[in-house]
Design a binder for this molecule. Sequence first.
Ligand SMILES: Cc1cc2nc3c(=O)[nH]c(=O)nc-3n(C[C@H](O)[C@H](O)[C@H](O)COP(=O)(O)O)c2cc1C
Length: 328
Amino acid sequence: MRIGPHRLQNNLILAPMAGVTDKPFRALCRRLGAGLAVSEMISANSSLWGTSKSVRRLDHAGEPGPISVQILGADPVTMAEAARINVARGAQIIDINMGCPAKKVCKVAAGSALLRDEPLIGRILAAIVEAVDVPVTLKIRTGWDRDSRNAVRVARIAEESGIQALAVHGRTRACGFSGLAEYETIQEVKGSVTIPVIANGDIDSPEKAQSVMAFTGADGLMIGRAAQGRPWIFREISQYLATGARLPPPSPEWIRDLLLEHHALMLDFHGERQGVRIARKHIAWYSKTFPGGNHFRGRINQSESICEQRDLICGFFDRLSYQGVLAA
Ligand SMILES: Cc1cc2nc3c(=O)[nH]c(=O)nc-3n(C[C@H](O)[C@H](O)[C@H](O)COP(=O)(O)O)c2cc1C
């Protein structure tokens, strides 16, 4: 798949997830088979960029390209300026968030709230495309609610504005994360535009990936929650799409070593105090499909130090290895 001048290694993309897809996690997913990993969203309002959280979100030093940075906002001028600054800091793709359903985001008419104002969508996209000389991509939901699904019209606006790829999460804003994603609208979008369309929502296995790809005709797939604690899902899907055969499940020792590496990267990137807190949820996700995971998660959620977390990780996965348990 191509996004402007960038030819991706494959058409599997790690979805942007605030609080999850930090630089260490993106690096791991890229290494384990994701063709692109979109950054966590950053507000277009640069006066908010001084916090330590934003400083880390804006840090792309040493990341494998193409570096895709997602911007959230509601004002064409501010968003264009934010795009320009991010390109100056190394962004090679600018992604626009028109999918976030969070109340505090929609209250300021950003994220998925923009789907209710098609003329404004056109103005925002045109301003950003005009402002930067890197490809601009867009991520949307299928509409504001079920009675106003307008993804096809938004896709046409995007194409006319010069957007170079469009990711569609198969839910409306009103759906939040409930129910199942629907792929009919994504199929319709794919049939309505010529830019690459990326299908997103509930893709959690190689088989599901193949069926979503076949049903929607999408050019690429975007995977979010299923990659949490399972960054190797990208190579599993990639292998299955290429050969129709599943890779053997990884051994507990392999997962232990990967998680220890991920843990070290998180602590290095976030520092010890923040890193130990942020690591808790990631460590817990790695255990979710294994027997004894509930008890392990309880202990990880109470953990206070790097050593304690490393000991818990080794204890949990070494026991699984001794028992001969494999990942689901
Ligand atoms: C914790 C979390 C944070 C998210 N943050 C963002 C974000 O920053 N930008 C965005 O466009 N979507 C965000 N999303 C939505 C995902 O990118 C994706 O569209 C959604 O999770 C559906 O895909 P999935 O079923 O593969 O998880 C977030 C989702 C989750 C679960």
